[in-house]
Design a protein around this ligand. Sequence first.
Ligand code: SF4
Length: 697
Amino acid sequence: LPRAPATVAGTPTHCPYCALQCGMTVGGSPVRVEPRTDVPANRGGLCQKGWTAAELLTVPDRLTTPLMRAHLGAPLEPCTWEEALERITAEITRLQERHGPDAVGVFGGGGLTNEKAYQLGKFARIALRTSQIDYNGRFCMSSAAAALNRAFGLDRGLPGPITDLARADAILLAGGNPAETMPPFMRHLTQMRERGGALIVVDPRRTATARQADLHLQPSPGTDLALANGLLHVAIEEGFLDEAFIAERTSGFEAVRVSVNAYWPERVERITGVPVPHQREAVRLLGRGARALILTARGAEQHAHGTDTVTAFINLALALGLPGREGGGYGCLTGQGNGQGGREHGQKADQLPGYRRIDDPAARAHVAAVWGVDPGIIPGPGRSAFELLEALGTEHGPKALLLFGSNPVVSAPRSRRIEERLNSLEFLAVSDFVLSETARRADVVLPTTQWAEESGTLTNLEGRVLRRRRAVDPPPGVRSDLQILAELAGRLGAPGTWSADPAEVFDELRAASAGGPADYSGITYERIDAEGGVFWPCPSPDHPGTPRPFLERFHTPDGRARFVPVDYGGVAERIDADYPVYLTTGRVLAHYQSGAQTRRIAPLVERAPEPFAEMHPDLAARLGVREGALVRVSSRRGSVVVRACLVETIRHDTVFIPFHWAGEGRANLLTNPALDPLSRMPEFKVCAVRVEPYERN
Ligand code: SF4
């Protein structure tokens, strides 16, 4: 990681990509970025994505004029903003008059600023009056969110400031590979290890992160829940329980104690493949010191039983008493840039701003008063992200979709089906700054501003609210999403006021969040500037913010954290004679999410030009596959053709394909959309596939 003091005379802001939200300065001519040393998350470090972020501002295929398709089958042609907005308004009006308000759906993104996420939720509920809104964060960390709410009554990523990590005695990280997804995060883990702390990584692959661990547990994909229950079994057996914490701060432990009886180490080894001594070693490392953290990321969460898997890790953390100690606890590594804030302000199907439930009458009354409408006009809960996408164009589903900040053609599971559903819509409008794979299918494309061209706030993986500042002028012809939403609201005759000014929208967001679980009412742009960020909840201007929300009490009615017994039921799709290998998907260092941004940056493409299937040489030998040869990987939902990459670091029964690419290597053609019953998270992380050598004709 290059370290350098900021020498660019420019604007202090934050990276356009992941949830670490590394601080950077943007300026110079030509525009470039340099890391900031005053931001605890990165302290002078950036990954390659961050270092090349300025190139996003000048990508050759940047959209600077709206595009419109005259009719089905016609090409996208440049048009004026007036024509584009008028067409959207007319299509919304036509379809809602014919089919009702839910004929129009809205799909948002976890990279949108807090202001945009807020305005998008408000736009759906009172400009369109549709219940059909959700966002791609449902695919990201909804299982951790559901488990956190169930156990602690509050969903906030890390349990404390990121600087707590370096002071931990041990950290167990399940299903995360920050050495590739957010490299500056590794510094905090390295500092911990230099102080004598231990890093335990749970991952079916010996990833770059796992290679730095003191102990690597390598379970079969989708068996983390059994492993977590097994670790708790060992903790009980070996006397590591924090009985005082369990008695004073939690409820429900006895049911969990009984349930994990069935997870004795030898049985857990049979289910997961993790040897008994490794299970015991992990518990001893976690239990030996005063401060330990258990963290999960997508590998443990993106499952049809993801909520229960995270719950099993939370049960373990509670039993060890970790959430009651400063610097310890359970936390989730958020993925997208505003993964945390994106789920707090009302773009989720079941939520209103302030992380309020949309079916709570008091929440509806509060938000309606801020919006200046009758609570009765706010619709109820809608469909979750995959269910919304799958319903598009069907008899009872939306006939039109407005999409902001997302690229589901690449990022949604079983993505061929999602393409078909998008193609069956009567109308699709997409706001983006490039013609993504999803935007190419739209009837209207709106060219929008991007990260360094606009202002707003984001909430990073710590729960710290940060300012993203406008550093350069946007190209002529583009508009911000806030402008677009305000103009459409005006054309649709929406009630209330609709500002395109981020500061004004943030002030309204503060009022709407007041009194809710995610209370931003005491946070102002001025405070963020002065304090370098403010942790929510922050209910008043003189409140210091809440870096460690669970030290004294949990946000449940009785103030106690809830143990919840959970059982391992297997993966949604098991391997069999036809599909004998597990597939798991994930990210690589050079790319971010659907790749719509990073696949346009030459140095990143040079480093990772195409998708690949990572597999063990023994598996490859059995299949007759050589290093670099093309293979066809097929699941019950589709096939991809990618190059084989032989590595000793993956299990013999598993292949790994990164999901950043479109075309014939699109990993999500294969993935299984089996949904978690609580979070509605699809099972991205495991399905059954067949791998065969492939010869081009
Ligand atoms: Fe940007 Fe994340 Fe890389 Fe930091 S780690 S530079 S926030 S992509």
